[in-house]
Design a protein around this ligand. Structure first.
Ligand SMILES: CCCC(=O)SCCNC(=O)CCNC(=O)[C@H](O)C(C)(C)COP(=O)(O)OP(=O)(O)OC[C@H]1O[C@@H](n2cnc3c(N)ncnc32)[C@H](O)[C@@H]1OP(=O)(O)O
Ligand SMILES: Nc1ncnc2c1ncn2[C@@H]1O[C@H](COP(=O)(O)OP(=O)(O)OP(=O)(O)O)[C@@H](O)[C@H]1O
Ligand SMILES: O=C(O)CCC(=O)C(=O)O
Ligand SMILES: [Fe+2]
Ligand SMILES: [Mg+2]
Length: 308
C-alpha cells in the first residue's frame, strides 16, 4: 500500500467515528492500488437465504430458467445426473430468473458499482458458484486468471465484478485468492493449466504467472462482498471440506462500453470455445459472434444502455 493509503487507514482506525468522506476516499484508493475492495456484511442474511432456496429449487428441477447453464464438475461430468445440489458446481447466466437476478439490482451493491464504473450499469455475466468438496483430483480449484480474458468489451476500467459469500468462505473450503496490484498489468495469455486430474471446461489460467507475487486469501463471512477489477489475477483453491462452498456474483460493465474484435489477440482461444458451445446452445450455426453471445445476455440495471 502507498504511504497515503496507509496513513488514511491509520487515521480511520484511530477515529471513533471517521467521516464518511474519508472512509470512501480510502476505499477508492485501496481499490485503485490493489484491484479489489472487500466490504463486510453488505448483503443481508435474508436475501442470501432466498438465493439459496431458489438455487435448490433449480437443482431439484422444480423450475426451468431460459438460457441458464447448469454446470457439473469435470470429475463427475460423465456420471449419471441426479437432480440435487450435489451434482451442480455452478449456475451461469441466471438473468432470466427474477429471484436470483435480484442480486444484480440490490441497491447496496449498485451503490459501489456506480462508484467504479459510473451511473449506466449493465449486468453482463451472472454466476452462482457451488464449489463442491474436492473429489480427490483437485478439480475443484479454479486456476489463477483475469476475467477480462472472457470479455470482448472495453475499457477494462469500466468493468467490475461483485462476488458475495453465501456462507463462511475460508482457505479450507477454497476462498478466493488474489494477487494485489496485478490489475495494473495488461491482459495475459491464458490457456488450460497442465493439471493431472483434469480441468473444468473453459477454466483457463494465466500462462506463467509469477508464483513469487504476494497472494492474499480472502476469507469472508456470509454476506461479505468483494468488488474486483477484471485484470486482477485471482483464482480459488480446492475445497477440502465436505460442504458445497457457495457464492453469487455478477460482472457489471458500463452501458457505454464498446465491443472489440478479439481476432488476432490472446482471446482468440476462448472465442473459439465459446462459439462452439453457443452454436449448440442456441441451435444456430457458425454465424453467431462472440459479441452476440454477450449482447443477448446483458441486462440494464441502472441508467442507459448506450452501446452494449
Ligand atoms: C468471468 C468469467 C469466468 C468464467 O466464466 S470461468 C468458467 C467458464 N466456464 C464456462 O463458461 C463453462 C460453462 N459450462 C457449460 O457451458 C456447460 O456446462 C458444458 C461444459 C458445455 C457442458 O454442458 P452440457 O452440454 O449441458 O453438459 P453435458 O453433460 O451434456 O456434457 C457435454 C460434454 O461436456 C463434458 N463436460 C460436462 N461438464 C464438463 C466440465 N465441467 N468440464 C469439462 N467437460 C465437461 C461432458 O463430459 C460431455 O462430454 P462428451 O461430449 O460426452 O465427451
Ligand atoms: N500448479 C498450479 N498452477 C497454477 N495455479 C495453481 C497451481 N496450484 C494451485 N494453483 C492456484 O492457486 C490458488 C490457490 O490454490 P491452493 O488450494 O493450491 O493453495 P492454497 O489454498 O492457497 O494453499 P494451501 O492449500 O496450502 O492452503 C488457486 O487459484 C489454485 O487454482
Ligand atoms: O468462486 C470462485 O471460486 C472463483 C470464480 C471465478 O473467479 C470465475 O468464475 O471467474
Ligand atoms: Fe474469475
Ligand atoms: Mg488449498
Amino acid at each position: 500500500m502507498s504511504r497515503a493509503a496507509e496513513r488514511l487507514r491509520l487515521l480511520i482506525t484511530h477515529l471513533d467515528r471517521p467521516p464518511a468522506a474519508i472512509v470512501s476516499f480510502y476505499s477508492r484508493l485501496f481499490y485503485e492500488e490493489n484491484g479489489f475492495l472487500l466490504i463486510k456484511n453488505l448483503v443481508s442474511e435474508e436475501d442470501i437465504d432466498r438465493f439459496r432456496r431458489e438455487f435448490e429449487r433449480i437443482c431439484r428441477q422444480e423450475i426451468k430458467v431460459p438460457g441458464l447453464v447448469v454446470m457439473r464438475d469435470v470429475a463427475i461430468a460423465k456420471s449419471e445426473f441426479v437432480p440435487d445440489q450435489k451434482a451442480v458446481s455452478k449456475l451461469q447466466d441466471f438473468q432470466e430468473d427474477p429471484e436470483l437476478f435480484r442480486y444484480c439490482s440490490l441497491p447496496e451493491i449498485l451503490k459501489y458499482v456506480e462508484c467504479f464504473i459510473g451511473p449506466n450499469i449493465m449486468a453482463m455475466h451472472t454466476m452462482l458458484i457451488n464449489k463442491p468438496p474436492d473429489a480427490g483430483k483437485k478439480t475443484s480449484r479454479h486456476p489463477m486468471h483475469q476475467d477480462l480474458h472472457y470479455f470482448p468489451f472495453r475499457p477494462a476500467d469500466r468493468i467490475v465484478c461483485a462476488w458475495t459469500a453465501m456462507e463462511k468462505v475460508s482457505r479450507q473450503n477454497g476462498c478466493l485468492v488474489v494477487l494485489p496490484g496485478s490489475h495494473k498489468g495488461t491482459l495475459q495469455e491464458h490457456d488450460y493449466p497442465e493439471w493431472e486430474g483434469g480441468v473444468n471446461k473453459m477454466y483457463h489460467g494465466v500462462r506463467g504467472y509469477d508464483p513469487q507475487h504476494p497472494r492474499v486469501h480472502l476469507e469472508m463471512e456470509k454476506g461479505d462482498t468483494v468488488f474486483f477489477h477484471p485484470l486482477l489475477i485471482h483464482g480459488s483453491g480446492m475445497n477440502q471440506t465436505q460442504g458445497f462452498r457457495k457464492a453469487i456474483s455478477c460482472h457489471y460493465a458500463s452501458g457505454d462500453c464498446y465491443y472489440i474484435d478479439v481476432k488476432g489477440t490472446t482471446q482468440e482461444n476462448i472465442e473459439k470455445e465459446v462459439k462452439e458451445i453457443a452454436a449448440r446452445k442456441y441451435a444456430v450455426g457458425d454465424e453467431i459472434t462472440l459479441k452476440d453471445t454477450w449482447a443477448v445476455r446483458g441486462r440494464l440495471v441502472q441508467g442507459a444502455r448506450i452501446s452494449m
